[in-house]
Design a protein around this ligand. Structure first.
Ligand code: HEM
Length: 458
């Protein structure tokens, strides 16, 4: 006889029309972390009438992301992104997702990443060449600009001129910020005649127009510029056998900018924060860079020769993960472990909370890159079940940009920290805040020149 599992508890604090809006507004990360105490599954209300089941148990998270992936829709956040930016690999589910993913995959192959690293490094060098010793900068803002710059340059480096590139970057930046805010708001807010809404629509239309022109020109000239846009022009739609339309290409690029900029920028900001907080970690990173690079700039082949920096980045992806609630939606009644979840439910999980769970990571709030060492006396973190550490997700929706992002972050840290030391302006700890991604509240840092020999390369 099988014993029925206990009913899924509902987290306390829900109100009839507001659901859990109040505890979420007060401290969304704290609220979600506390949900671990209610067991493997716990229900919360993000919207009236919409049940969201937060999955706390790693094997069940894996079941949701991997085993059940073909039968689940992507849920509210992704649908909203589709309405705003057009359908893309990020918003699609089922067979449409498989098709879109295959079209995009060639742009993220190993061979392409090896070429992108030089473009990324040049953008970092250009960005920091405007820095001045003693200047205090808003690091998160600087890293968002840098990440967008690196992504836009890999997509368009050969396809548009400098002036069009500059305008495109500005417009993409408005779109990116606007999507983050709009995903959380009801649809009618977007239709209000507000300046912010007009700016968002104008910027999105301008991006579409620039990409339409670039696509038309490249097609007419039958030119391969070697950038990501050229690769997307060669992709075909499996169903029709035809090349992608400019509209499809544009929707993919807009969503790549959203998926790949804030995330990378937050990780870069947190790495710089942790290096500033612990001079010993900073010194070990610099020692490794000195040994491997000497005075020359970083290249793709160097990236795998920097194991300590790799652990620093891995530990940052654990302690400061950018992932807030990721949702899916059940289309029919669905079995998740011992529980049957009704159709229309949104299962969700929070990587930020998963990666700070003391059940899996001893002293979870301590930043310790060496917890990832194979020969650690503690239970090596690398021996944990793989579903306890999911920096790039799992299953068929796993981040398509995982190697791109790792290359980008390593290249940026190796390049900018060799020339510049970034110091904290206050002893107060920086808090994580969850908006579209989990990012540092405010991070202002003071610039100091570090290595004159390397600075001379700028
Ligand atoms: C450190 C930086 C990044 C992190 C932590 C990250 C994390 C993730 C995660 C966890 C997912 C899975 C979401 C889900 O389960 O629904 C995802 C999906 C995705 N990411 Fe990233 N990402 C990063 C950077 C990037 C970059 C640089 C790009 C592109 C240039 C990118 C493009 C995408 C796309 C297109 C998807 C959707 C994949 C699909 O559904 O098939 N990401 N990312």
């Amino acid at each position: 006889m099988t014993v029925a599992p206990p009913p899924i508890p509902r987290a306390p604090g829900s109100l009839p029309l507001l659901g859990h809006a109040i505890p979420l507004l007060r401290d969304n990360l704290g609220f979600v972390a506390a949900l671990r105490g209610y067991g493997p599954l716990v229900e919360i209300r993000l919207q009236p009438g919409q049940s969201t089941v937060v999955v706390n148990d790693p094997p069940l998270i894996r079941a949701m992301l991997v085993d059940l992936a073909p039968t689940l829709d992507k849920g509210r956040f992704f649908e909203k992104m589709g309405q705003l930016l057009g359908d893309s690999v990020v918003t699609a589910a089922g067979s449409e997702h498989v098709r879109k993913r295959r079209q995009l995959q060639p742009a993220f192959r190993h061979a392409e990443i090896t070429r992108y690293v030089d473009i990324m490094r040049d953008r970092v060098t250009a960005a920091v060449s405007g820095w001045r010793p003693g200047e205090v900068i808003d690091v998160r803002e600087a890293m968002v600009r840098l990440s967008l710059d690196m992504l836009a340059a890999t997509v368009f480096s050969g396809s548009i001129d400098d002036e069009a590139f500059r305008r495109l970057r500005e417009d993409l930046s408005v779109v990116m910020n606007g999507v983050g805010a709009r995903i959380m708001l009801p649809d009618w807010v977007e239709r209000l005649p507000l300046p912010a809404n007009r700016r968002f629509t104008a910027a999105r239309d301008a991006v579409r127009a620039t990409i339409d022109t670039a696509v038309a020109e490249l097609r007419a000239a039958d030119r391969d510029t070697g950038d990501m846009l050229s690769l997307l022009l060669r992709a075909t739609d499996e169903e029709t056998g035809r090349p992608l339309t400019a509209h499809q290409i544009c929707s993919e690029i807009l969503t790549l900018a959203v998926a790949g900029t804030e995330t990378t920028a937050s990780v870069l900001s947190w790495v710089l924060y942790e290096l500033a907080r612990d001079p010993a970690v900073d010194a070990r990173v610099q020692e490794e860079l000195d040994t491997v690079l000497g005075d020359r700039p970083v290249t793709f082949d160097d990236l795998s020769q920097l194991p300590y920096l790799a652990r620093v980045i891995r530990e940052t992806l654990r302690l400061h993960h950018t992932g807030w609630l990721v949702t899916r939606r059940t289309l029919t009644a669905t079995r998740l472990g011992a529980w049957e979840i009704p159709a229309g439910t949104e299962p969700a999980y929070c990587r930020h909370s998963l990666h700070r769970d003391p059940a899996h990571f001893p002293d979870p709030l301590v930043f310790d890159p060496d917890r990832w060492l194979e020969d650690s006396h503690r239970r090596a973190a690398s021996q944990l079940p793989e579903e306890t550490f999911l920096p790039f997700g799992a299953g068929k929706h796993k981040c398509i940009g995982d190697r791109f992002a790792s290359a980008e972050i390593t290249t940026a840290i190796a390049t900018l920290t060799r020339a510049w030391h970034l110091g904290l302006t206050t002893d107060r700890p920086v808090r994580p805040v969850a908006r579209a991604t989990v990012r540092p509240s405010t991070l202002r840092m003071t610039l100091r020149r570090r290595n004159p020999a390397v600075s001379a390369l700028e």
